[in-house]
Design a protein around this ligand. Sequence first.
Ligand SMILES: NC(=O)c1ccc[n+]([C@@H]2O[C@H](COP(=O)([O-])OP(=O)(O)OC[C@H]3O[C@@H](n4cnc5c(N)ncnc54)[C@H](O)[C@@H]3O)[C@@H](O)[C@H]2O)c1
Length: 430
Amino acid sequence: MTTVGVIGLGYVGLTLAVALAKKGLTVHGVDTSPAVLEALGQGRAHLFEPGVEGGLRAFLGERIHVAPALPAGGVDAAVICVSTPVAPDTHAPQLDNLRLAARHVAERSGPDTLVIVRSTVPVGATRSVVLPELVACWGRARLAFAPERTIQGQALRELEELPQVVGGVDAESREAASALFSRLARRVVPVATLETAELVKLVNNAHTDVIYSFGNEVALLAQRWGLDPLEVIRAANVEYPRPDLARPGFVGGGCLSKDPYILISAARGAGYTPWLVGQARALNERLPLEVAERLIALIRETRGSTEGARLCVLGWAYKGWPPTDDMRGAPIASMLPLLRAAGLSLRGHDFLVAADTLRGLGAEPVTPEAGFAGADAVLLTSNHPEYASLDLTRLLATLRRPAVLYDAWRVLDEDVVRSAGVRYAGIGYG
Ligand SMILES: NC(=O)c1ccc[n+]([C@@H]2O[C@H](COP(=O)([O-])OP(=O)(O)OC[C@H]3O[C@@H](n4cnc5c(N)ncnc54)[C@H](O)[C@@H]3O)[C@@H](O)[C@H]2O)c1
């Protein structure tokens, strides 16, 4: 196998394209977005993922080709990495991109092309959505599902380090897909069916969501007794040989904010409504609102009114570690309507999210220093490590008084904040 088509060049597809090119394969990347094609054609990554832009530049025009369509002569394998969102209102999975990508592969390749679905899909969708498109054109198909499970911000490394789970429509497809992924990763985990591999992806992410939600539940519980949730969690975990409690924190991102819904929808289709998955998601989605309401109440308590108060929000991406520019499922997005309704004037800083994005969301982009200067409140929503190394004493001195600092990840020095005469709070705390 020498040529691989990658359909959909976002966080998953572009990273995979670079990883495959590094292993000596020729990659034909395809995307429907003119903006994506234009950026990539100039050797510019349209997203932040360490190592990806360098890899793109190294191989563009040689081992990586970017175009709106696969080459007319087809490819040996085609990996479908298109977005599979859920509807904003109903959370129903939207599979049009998947269907169109499969149709495109069917039109531009042939029955010997190995097709691998990498997008996250409801259990059964590879068989019910992709397979019919291929069979309609080719009469038969070599088809596999191999979920993407890397973490954004360390994806190139994890593509090699994480075991690759592979299911096939038949044994030959599974083995061919396993052979491709074993050129990339140290370990391949073959599973019995397409559906097994689809479910692996969904339960991995739903499990993460459930585990984190319980840390958040503990925080909201501890708050009711005025206890420090971190003290409770740390003490509970000390040399306790049962599963650890997670620290409280926001749970967002493109995957965790939708995959539990994809799982619920698929399960309902199979006659089962999960008990935990929806509750965990609801709690994790409630958390940013809880934080915004608490922050607004604290500003009102300290200042008398929130109208016109200046709030600096540090960290707009959905997470700070590993760093990303991705705002899908970012906690700040659901907080903004409450913050605006309270009449707060917003400034914002993020190490990777573009200034224009912050402006578009109604915040004046600033440095952390300018954000603190004259602010009535600071909200740290991100665990980006550089926030923990800010010169806090100097910055706190520039706040207006009275002031509030809401440290959602508890990464700043609480004693320094309090001794500067600033009110300190965190999730379920203060
Ligand atoms: N981002 C992650 O870390 C991650 C991790 C695991 C799984 N996934 C899953 O992988 C898939 C892709 O995620 P992503 O984060 O890369 O999304 P993304 O939005 O960053 O990229 C998807 C790309 O697909 C393109 N596209 C859409 N329809 C197309 C079509 N018919 N033909 C060609 N291109 C098309 C879009 O223009 C976009 O550039 C999703 O199913 C997601 O759930 C993502």
